[in-house]
Design a protein around this ligand. Structure first.
Ligand code: DAH
Length: 341
């Protein structure tokens, strides 16, 4: 057996057949006969194993070259035959070139995801790094480590879907704070986008599954002024230069002090209207200074480090930005609605 001769012979035959082939169907059967699973070249390649090692290298090279040459000839002949068929169909009138083309509708990102990207970009511009956490969290990270002890009334507002073995679907992105701080020493400056789930009944402003973006900044000299400056800069970028912000005292277990951030009403500018319920302000997110108990849980020295955190609902921000009155519209997949963004 001489593989060299066989390879050269197979290549020669194949080339001749391809050159004289006149139809795409015949061309395909040539391909199968030479390169298919039981094709001539394939069988020769399989025999390589039986050739003694000395000769194997050169025979292998030759066979591979033959295979590649046949494959490329097949391809170029296919192109020629296709063009020829197209030209003859065209002149025979079986292709109507005056028919309008097919219209493809091109999809695009849901407005929620676009607002999420925009928000992340703003924080990246301020030196925050995006990271992610898992949607199935330990109850410990989701609650206990964030200073919600078992039985704490704040847990009720975050009623979750529980998974056996001490896990639950995360009710907020805050547990990522625990993961990040446990994995590295300060300074920490991260934003965490992600889907959250709560055992809630959907209505115009609630969904069972929704996106949040968490922010966390920890270092040795972080103050409430940094928090306010950061969030004010963020609000002006998303909602416009003229936007004013205020902190309203609030309670979160994992921050002290805690606040909610309001922006001046996007419709009335602060005079009072229906959207802002005559208050002149719209609530956009929760924030605060990281609670010392949280630092203790992750092994940071709570006497030395300080930090701020914030968390926002991305659907809520999308609704404010685009003037959408019902959160459910965002996920009904009604293209008449989605086309507007
Ligand atoms: N995790 C809170 C929630 O889902 C939002 C939040 C409030 C996050 C204050 C924070 C924060 O990081 O500091 O309701």
């Amino acid at each position: 057996m001489d593989l060299h001769d066989d390879a050269a012979g197979a290549k020669e035959h194949a080339c001749a057949e391809i050159a004289s082939c006149e139809s795409l169907e015949d061309l395909d059967s040539i391909r199968i006969r030479y390169l298919g699973r039981k094709g001539a070249l394939t069988l020769l390649l399989r025999k390589l194993g039986q050739v003694d090692p000395e000769a194997r290298k050169s025979a292998g090279k030759l066979l591979n070259e033959a295979r590649d040459a046949i494959a490329s000839l097949l391809e170029s002949r296919k192109q020629e035959l296709r063009e020829r068929k197209y030209a003859s169909d065209l002149s025979a009138g079986s292709i109507d070139v005056t028919l309008p083309g097919r219209i493809f509708s091109i999809g695009k990102l849901n407005p929620v995801l676009r607002v999420m990207d925009e928000i992340l970009q703003i924080f990246v511009g301020m030196g925050f790094t995006p990271v992610e956490g898992p949607e199935i969290e330990t109850e410990y990270n989701n609650f206990d480590a964030l200073n919600f002890p078992p039985g704490h009334p704040s847990r009720d507002e975050h009623d979750s879907f529980y998974v056996d073995g001490g896990f639950c679907l995360r009710t907020h992105t805050s547990p990522a704070q625990i993961r990040v701080m446990k994995s590295q020493p300060p300074p920490v400056r991260v934003v965490v986008p992600g889907l959250c789930h709560r055992r809630d009944t959907p209505d115009a402003s609630h969904l069972m599954s929704f996106y949040q973006i968490e922010g966390l900044y920890v270092d040795y000299d972080v103050s409430l002024a940094h928090l306010k400056g950061t969030l004010a800069a963020f609000a002006r970028e998303v909602f416009g230069e003229e936007t004013r912000v205020r902190f309203r005292p609030h309670y979160f277990p994992f921050t002290e002090p805690s606040a909610e951030l309001d922006i001046s009403c996007l419709v009335c500018g602060g005079k009072g209207c229906r959207l802002c319920k005559r208050t002149g302000w719209l609530e956009v997110l929760g924030a605060g200074m990281v609670h010392p108990n949280v630092f203790r849980q992750v092994g940071y020295d709570e006497r030395k480090v300080t930090g701020f955190a914030f968390g926002m609902g991305v659907e809520r921000l999308t609704m404010l930005k685009h003037g959408i009155g019902d959160i459910r519209l965002l996920y009904e997949n009604d293209s008449r609605f989605l086309k507007q963004f």
